[in-house]
Design a protein around this ligand. Structure first.
Ligand SMILES: *Cc1c(COP(=O)(O)O)cnc(C)c1O
Length: 436
């Protein structure tokens, strides 16, 4: 134990974390980065390339966080970095329209035919917040429905039974959100068609929209039951409720055209982020023209952004999408995903640890519970202490997983079969250590 710890140096990161905590809440700019749920201090990262992260102490890790999803091509892909550098030389922001925005918008609309009109913003949070605003304006209704354990960014209305960092830290509802606002957000269990039917019937006429992660990624990865999304589509059509797919993770991840392409369900509005910015800050919302035409200046719903559509982020997005069009790319990601989950399943079985693997393509979670994990309640049955022990052992062996049970593992096209073999080998030790 002591020996394996000694392999990983932490002096420089510890010093940086100490300084950071005197300057930023918890020493970080986004909560889960502080590693609280896994009981150690976070490494401070100095650079990244391909599937590798390097920290201030000179440690190298095989990265499965991939900046929480955006880096599907691996870190610092040469064509994207070159294009960003060329764009930067021409100026980083104009606050005026560019041809680049037209190019990216066209690529998005082609990939997501349900998005007849789109608007670029700077984060997933902003995309969701704006989509909800336009859904409320379009229907003239206030109430919205989200699912327990789904995370849709940190806008006030969405921090009710949210997943991700909120789940990790066990904050039920964030303080600072007026009760008058939160009461308009209804919640239902994920994958539960019965409760959905009852809620929509009971609140018919009040609901502006239902927002869903079509593959949940923020309570750990939870795939939709086959009938869940199709019934959701039928019911929202029936009651005239706007259906919003939050594809901030799944867009260009589970398929080029996202979960809506993978499962063949067409939402009214879609939110994108993460991959679409190629590692720079971009979000997108869009959908049916009859709804999106309400956005200013075409319509009265106000939404704006100083850096929206800035040439650097848009260039990174365009170059990333171009590379994602390579034939066979999603098949290869699927294959690598299968290889990794198969290896981890075997390693857990050998170690005699009861876990549940959920995977959709290149996103997956190892839940430390016999399962099945189909919603937030079953995800929360996981042994988070066992996960923390597993996580720490993996990190010491050079594998960087999400520092929380309630997040996904993300593969990139840079993860080789050798990386996966190394990961599975480390997991054999780590599953044993997870038993405490
Ligand atoms: C990450 C995420 C968001 C928020 O995006 P930010 O860019 O972090 O604001 C919204 N929805 C989902 C599904 C996400 O995973």
């Amino acid at each position: 134990m002591l020996q394996s710890r000694a392999l990983m140096k932490t002096t420089a990161s510890k010093k940086l974390f100490e300084a950071a905590q005197k300057l930023m809440p918890g020493g970080v700019n986004s909560p889960v980065r502080a590693f609280k749920a896994v009981g150690i201090q976070p490494p401070f990262i100095t650079r990244a390339k391909g599937a590798r992260l390097y920290d201030a102490d000179g440690n190298a890790f095989v990265d499965y966080v991939m900046s929480w999803g955006p880096m599907i091509l691996g870190h610092a892909p040469a064509p994207v970095i070159k294009a960003i550098a060329r764009a930067a030389a021409r100026g980083t922001s104009y606050g005026a329209p560019t041809a680049l925005e037209v190019t990216l918008a066209k690529m998005i609309v082609e990939a997501f035919p349900s998005m007849e009109r789109i608007r670029l913003v700077s984060s997933g949070t902003e995309a969701v917040m704006s989509a909800i605003r336009v859904a409320r304006a379009y229907t003239g209704r206030d109430a919205i429905l989200k699912f327990d354990g789904c995370y849709h960014g940190h806008a006030d209305s969405m921090l009710v039974k949210a997943g991700s960092g909120v789940a990790t830290l066990g904050i039920p509802d964030s303080p600072g959100i007026p009760a008058d606002l939160a009461r308009h957000t209804l919640t239902a269990p994920y994958n539960d068609v019965g409760s959905l039917e009852r809620l929509l019937e009971a609140h018919r006429g009040n609901l502006a929209c239902v927002i869903v992660e079509p593959v949940a990624g923020n309570m750990g990865v939870v795939p939709p039951r086959p009938e869940f999304l199709s019934r959701l589509r039928q019911l929202t059509n029936h009651y005239g409720i706007v259906l919003i797919f939050d594809e901030v993770i799944t867009g260009f991840r589970v398929d080029y055209g996202g979960a809506q392409s993978r499962y063949g369900i067409v939402p009214d509005l879609t939110c994108l982020g993460k991959i679409i910015g190629g590692g720079l800050p971009v979000g997108v919302y869009g959908g049916l023209h009859k709804i999106m035409r309400l956005i200013a200046p075409e319509g009265p719903v106000y939404q704006a952004g100083t850096l929206s559509g800035n040439p650097l982020a848009v260039t990174a997005g365009i170059e990333t999408l171009k590379l994602l069009k390579k034939p066979g790319l999603y098949r290869q990601l699927e294959e690598r995903g299968r290889l990794l989950s198969h290896g981890l399943t075997e390693a857990a079985r050998e170690a005699g640890v009861a876990v549940t693997f959920n995977r959709v393509g290149s996103m997956m979670t190892t839940f430390f519970t016999p399962g099945p994990v189909t919603d937030y309640a079953s995800a929360k049955k996981s042994d988070t202490e066992a996960y923390a022990r597993f996580f720490r052992s993996m990190l010491e062996q050079g594998v960087y997983l999400a520092p929380s049970q309630f997040e996904g593992v993300f593969l990139s096209t840079s993860h080789t079969t050798a990386d996966i073999a190394k990961t599975v080998k480390a997991a054999r030790t780590a599953f044993k250590k997870s038993k405490g």
